[in-house]
Design a protein around this ligand. Structure first.
Ligand code: IPM
Ligand code: MN
Length: 358
């Protein structure tokens, strides 16, 4: 029996997590894997009920689980709060406390969705990349940070800091991933301005020596933002720090059709994995059964692969998603405003029926 902790969170989080759980349960069942589900609050939901975006009890419970499946955090209700008490803090805390330093964000295009992208078909076809984002360091966590009055003016600061061990371990993850893929690592940096990026450059080069079968190249983050639009199918594994990875992974998601499609896995050395859609809490459509559950469902597939060692079950879920899309079904995010679409629950029902009939 594997313990799975559900962290539905805010906005559309509870809807998509509920659907992902149904699909996860069905796929695990078919593979003879027993799962036991528990639920905890995170984000704004936890602030409202417990006064903090993540309680110590929720964190302890997470430590006792094999994997965590998270929805989304945040919303307008909590937007005016200072950064250190906001819903997002709950997510950052759980990533940091569980040392989930390796964030894997695969962006591939489903054949049925080639025309859903805002880019031309010939640019989009064949996109299959993996953003490997460092998740527990960099400017998100660096000290000193904060706002203060200095010489009668308001001043604010954040610090981008990485040590060589943090860089080496994420670089290793990227090379190991590339080895199982098309064997190209693109390191994204801003070494023409930042000392931090210069250290990344040096350490990534050092780690590359252990992976002579993988090709390494370096790309400035501003050109990378452009190249992802120009020639996205050229890229295989993109490795970068926390902030650049946050930005580029949204871009990578969007060029494949919709942010509503992109899953992620956050892994560390402790063996616990956190799985969550890359999209946010989408408060504008929350509670209307209008969300796209596929990013959450594909996150459940990553959970099967990375935390339950069930790659076949993971692929069965991915194939079921491809089948559902091939049948023409679309949630609202995947169609023009005047086109027909189905709801969150109906999309998950369809994936479940495709899964059952494979
Ligand atoms: C993401 C999100 C988070 C991040 C927010 C919600 C803190 O944008 O997972 O990409 O910036 O890491
Ligand atoms: Mn983000």
């Amino acid at each position: 029996m594997h313990r799975i902790l559900l962290l539905p969170g805010d906005g559309i989080g509870p809807e998509v997590t509920a659907e992902a759980r149904r699909v996860l349960e069905a796929a695990a069942d078919a593979a003879g894997i027993g799962l036991e589900f528990e639920t905890e609050l995170i984000g704004g939901a936890s602030i409202d009920a417990k006064g903090t975006p993540l309680t110590d009890e929720a964190l302890e419970r997470a430590r006792g689980c094999r994997a965590l499946l998270l929805g989304a955090v945040g919303g307008p209700k909590w937007d005016d709060m200072p950064v250190n008490t906001r819903p997002e803090r709950g997510l950052l805390r759980i990533r940091k406390e569980l040392d989930l330093f390796a964030n894997l964000r695969p962006a591939a295009v489903f054949p049925a969705l080639v025309d859903a992208s805002t880019l031309r078909r010939e640019v989009v076809e064949g996109i299959d990349l993996l953003v490997v984002r460092e998740l527990t360091g960099g400017i998100y966590f660096g000290e000193p940070r904060g706002q203060a009055w200095v010489n009668g003016r308001r001043e604010a600061r954040n610090t981008m800091v990485y040590d060589e061990c943090e860089i080496a371990r994420i670089a290793r993850v990227s090379f190991e991933s590339a080895r199982r893929r098309r064997k190209l690592v693109t390191h994204v940096h801003k070494a023409n301005v930042l000392e931090v990026s210069q250290l990344w450059m040096t350490v990534v080069e050092e780690v590359a020596k252990d992976f002579s079968d993988v090709r390494l190249e370096h790309q400035l983050v501003d050109s990378m933002a452009m190249l992802l639009l120009k020639e996205p199918s050229r890229y295989d594994v993109i490795v970068t720090g926390n902030l650049f990875g946050d930005i580029l992974s949204d871009e990578a998601a969007m060029i494949t059709g919709s942010l509503g499609m992109l899953p992620s896995a956050s892994l560390g050395e402790a063996g616990i994995g956190l799985y969550e859609p890359v999209h946010g809490s989408a408060p504008d459509i929350a509670g209307q059964d209008a969300a796209n559950p596929l990013a959450a469902i594909l996150s459940a597939a990553m959970l099967l692969e990375h935390s339950l060692d069930a790659p076949d079950a993971a692929n069965a879920v991915r194939d079921a998603v491809a089948d559902a899309l091939a049948s023409g079904a679309r949630t609202g995010d995947l169609v023009a405003p005047d086109q027909p679409s189905i709801g969150c629950r109906a999309m998950a029902d369809l994936v479940l029926s495709k899964l059952g009939s494979r």
